[in-house]
Write a protein that binds this ligand. Sequence first.
Ligand code: NAD
Ligand code: MG
Length: 399
Amino acid sequence: MTQPIKISILGATGSIGKATLDLVRAFPDKLEALGLAAKSSLEVLAEQIREFKPKVVSVGDQAARKKLLDLLDWPQSLAIKRPEILVGAEGLDLVASQSGAQTVISAVVGAAGLRPTYAALVKGLKVCLANKESLVLAGEILTQVAGDRLAPVDSEHSAIFQALGGRLDCLDLDRLILTASGGPFRGRSFDDLKKVTREQALNHPTWSMGPKVTCDSATMMNKGLEVIEAHHLFNLDYDQIEVLVHPLSYVHSLAGFKDGSILAQMGPTDMKLAIAYALSHPARWPLAQAALKQPSFEKFLNQAVPSPLTFEQVDRKVFRPLALAEMAGRLGGTAPATLNAANEVAVEAFLAGRLAFIEIFEVLERTLEALPVQKITNLDEALAADQRARIKAAAFLPK
Ligand code: NAD
Ligand code: MG
């Protein structure tokens, strides 16, 4: 019998982290969780520790560690030892690289995912990457050190990865079409966007995800970050990467080849499929036993009802964050890191009720304009660009 794949999950209490643990629960013969890291939801983390018994855990700081120990209340008599509990950025790096796992699920949200992702890759581990922000910040550095040890989890990139049979490099690949649901504000005018609320922005039509990526889907910054992510993962020029709105999210993206053929991947809007494929490729696991969401397009296949399989262009004059990200990607150097940091600052302020939806766009534009583009040759330079942009963007928030 083959041994289970030993994994570490960074961002274990988040939307992707929980979906990954659903897979561990469904496939105990295939997966074993050795390391868990999180910064929020300590009650959830304590439950996860009791159920999955990892060897090492990391939380945000000493206060969170103390709270977690109280929640765990680990009996001395228990045959299984309490996991080691680490803290902070260092703890996160250690869970990423020293837990004894072969594979790391990188699913922290935001730029905080860069260092641990890099640590895992430098250690020679495989990384299933949900944290798109780390590729946006330091795509060249990560892909160089990764070789073929990166597997995308983002559903669009997973769709292309699946179309390529579980590979990233394909000399016959000619173009990519990333699909977007269009988010909750599809078809709205710029003036309409001035009035939208936080609740509306967080009400995604087809996917259930964490708050930051859901907000990014509403501004379409998410698709912009994904264009940059695709550029790095599949080594294509920006001219070869298109975006189309496909409101029902049946087709998760399309890969176009030199001979004119296009392969699309369809599936349920359930991230367990993409996470499982990142772990199992090129094989596939029987995901029915992981309670996979039913694909809503099956009714069209089974009943031969005409399917509304529609695609439309994005209005970049309204959804300016997509255009800004495409521009930053083409500029290269520190520009994507600057835009990403400005976005994290602006989205955090929006989610806290301190910024209007449309003002996110202004913070992005002003920060990108204010900071000159520089080259990035190593991780520290990428992180320094991130810090500079955070300070600049914070200065553009309302007092
Ligand atoms: P989430 O907000 O639901 O969860 C984030 C997790 O990261 C939580 O466990 C949180 O505690 C942890 N975390 C945050 N900051 C941390 C830090 N500094 N140190 C340690 N842990 C930290 O986010 P999510 O929706 O699961 O998204 C995670 C990543 O995956 C993002 O980069 C997102 O863009 C990407 N992604 C998510 C989805 C989805 O369906 N949720 C789809 C595609 C891509
Ligand atoms: Mg995506």
